[in-house]
Design a protein around this ligand. Structure first.
Ligand SMILES: *[C@@H]1O[C@H](CO)[C@@H](O)[C@H](O)[C@H]1NC(C)=O
Ligand SMILES: [Zn+2]
Length: 299
């Protein structure tokens, strides 16, 4: 999605300006992006004039879907949602330094997977993951969240289907490409090069206490080809995207644009523990915090 590409491009520029010593050595860190430092979500609105909506918007996402204090704009969906999904061929799973995303290039004759909400049709353009979930139900995160991003071909407005994912012991066929991508990324990453700041390096290398370094940008050059993605089991388990909440919200990454038609599925979908671990190992924490009941990021 163009918005996300723009965001990551300017984001890495800002990182170099604001965090000279740690990040010059280590180009990217997905921990930094979502923690409370100068490049975290609390500061997105300051990173670029195009991102002011992240701070000033009043229809921001994600939200807590809470039966005791339901945000006034979230409702149990009443609009019809029809879908026309067929298996997608020749998709690519990749990791952009922050998020695992699956996309594809539709040919002129390729079937467009689409949803129709009310009378408006949106084509599926990509899907990606957040760990843990961004939306919460009664204050609780799910283990992960799948975002199926759709765009209306005329006015370019977006509709996103959010599916909460709950870990289970056995792996789930729909997510096979996650563990495959993870393996390819690990295989491609070289051991870190020599330190520019030995004492800091020594500290970071103390893996017994601090664990290994996040994969970050080093893993971004790896594409994993996915010959076919069959949505039927997912759509079937979600009863054809039927029981769901709907509200008008925003992108959860800069530029945080509003008027996104959100459809958060009521029923969770399973993800295998091994698949979830692979996702967490790649992405780390990449969930924006929930907005207040007015839909604003700040009090
Ligand atoms: C799929 O959508 C794209 C973008 O709107 C459009 O250009 C293309 O013609 C559509 N393909 C079909 C088969 O309808
Ligand atoms: Zn998302």
């Amino acid at each position: 999605m163009p918005a996300i590409i723009i965001f990551f491009a300017s984001f890495s520029v800002s990182l170099h300006k604001s965090l000279p010593f740690l990040l010059r050595k280590k180009k990217s860190s997905q921990q930094k992006q979502y923690s409370g430092d100068k490049t975290g979500p609390d500061h997105w609105g300051l990173l670029d004039p195009a991102y002011v909506t992240c701070d000033d918007g009043m229809q921001q996402s994600p939200v807590d879907i809470n039966k005791n204090s339901l945000s006034r704009f979230v409702t149990c969906a009443k609009k019809s949602l029809d879908f026309d999904y067929k298996p997608i061929k020749d998709a690519v799973a990749h990791f952009n330094g922050h998020t695992v995303e699956i996309d594809w290039t539709p040919g002129p004759k390729t079937h467009n997977n689409s949803i129709t909400i009310g009378k408006k049709q949106y084509n599926l353009v990509q899907f990606h993951f957040h760990t843990p979930s961004e939306h919460r139900i009664n204050g609780r995160h799910a283990d992960a969240e799948l975002h199926l991003v759709h765009r209306n071909p005329e006015d370019k407005s977006l509709a996103v289907i959010g599916v909460l994912l709950q870990a289970q012991a056995t792996n789930v066929p729909f997510f096979k490409y996650i563990t495959a991508l993870h393996k390819s990324v690990l295989a491609a990453i070289k051991p870190s090069s020599s330190p520019s700041n030995p004492s800091l390096e020594a500290l970071l290398q103390d893996t017994a206490c601090y664990g290994t370094q996040p994969i970050g940008e080093e893993g971004t050059k790896v594409d994993h080809k996915v010959p076919v993605i069959n949505f039927s089991p997912l759509v079937h388990a979600l009863k054809g995207f039927t029981p769901r909440w709907e509200y008008s919200g925003s992108l959860t990454t800069p530029p945080c644009s509003e008027s996104v038609a959100w459809n958060v599925m009521h029923d969770p979908y399973p993800i295998g523990l091994e698949q979830l671990r692979a996702l967490v190992d790649l992405q780390g924490y990449n969930a924006r915090d929930i907005m207040d009941s007015r839909g604003a990021a700040h009090k």
